[in-house]
Design a protein around this ligand. Structure first.
Ligand SMILES: Nc1ncnc2c1ncn2[C@@H]1O[C@H](COP(=O)(O)OP(=O)(O)OP(=O)(O)O)[C@@H](O)[C@H]1O
Ligand SMILES: [Mg+2]
Length: 138
């Protein structure tokens, strides 16, 4: 396995840099353009959440991004040190979208749902801050 690491200030301005790196890495690995677009959307959602939650006191902390490259898959890990949340509870709330009429849908609370729809595997660790682990197979 190969690893590429990126550390960015927890600010929205730097999320595009993650998308650009991801594009470079994933196209090198031979992923289709469609798969790359899916991963870019999922990774940006994870980064946007990290940006929102990484700086609970208004300071500028950092977000650690790790790309794990194997022959068969790419894993993107997005880690912030902010206050965390109950992943299972949040997921239950979001996936209940399915039972709602269109006019009941909210325009927020879609990030985790999108990540799950677009990636092959999504794991969230909430021991020390939040780490979102997104995997796609080639
Ligand atoms: N990195 C994180 N740190 C702390 N809490 C998080 C983090 N990521 C997600 N959450 C929690 O999970 C909830 C759901 O996240 P999700 O991205 O699905 O929706 P959202 O960010 O509220 O809205 P949207 O992404 O659609 O604009 C968030 O509202 C937040 O409470
Ligand atoms: Mg979000």
């Amino acid at each position: 396995m190969n690893e590429i690491r990126l550390k960015i200030p927890a600010h929205a301005d730097y999320v595009e840099l993650v998308r650009l790196c991801l594009y470079g890495i994933a196209s090198d690995m031979g992923f289709s353009l469609e798969a790359i677009d899916d991963m870019k959307v999922a990774a940006a959602e994870a980064c946007n959440n990290a940006v929102l939650h990484a700086n609970p006191q208004g300071e500028t902390n950092f977000i650690d991004i790790v790309f794990e490259i194997t022959e068969a898959s790419l894993t993107i890990r997005v880690k912030d040190q902010g206050l965390s949340f109950d992943f299972q509870e949040t997921l239950a709330r979001e996936t209940s979208l399915h039972n709602k009429a269109v006019n009941e849908l909210q325009t927020s609370g879609l990030g985790l749902f999108l990540m799950q729809a677009l990636m092959d595997d999504v794991t969230v660790l909430t021991e020390n801050g939040t780490e979102v682990i997104l995997t796609k197979h080639i």
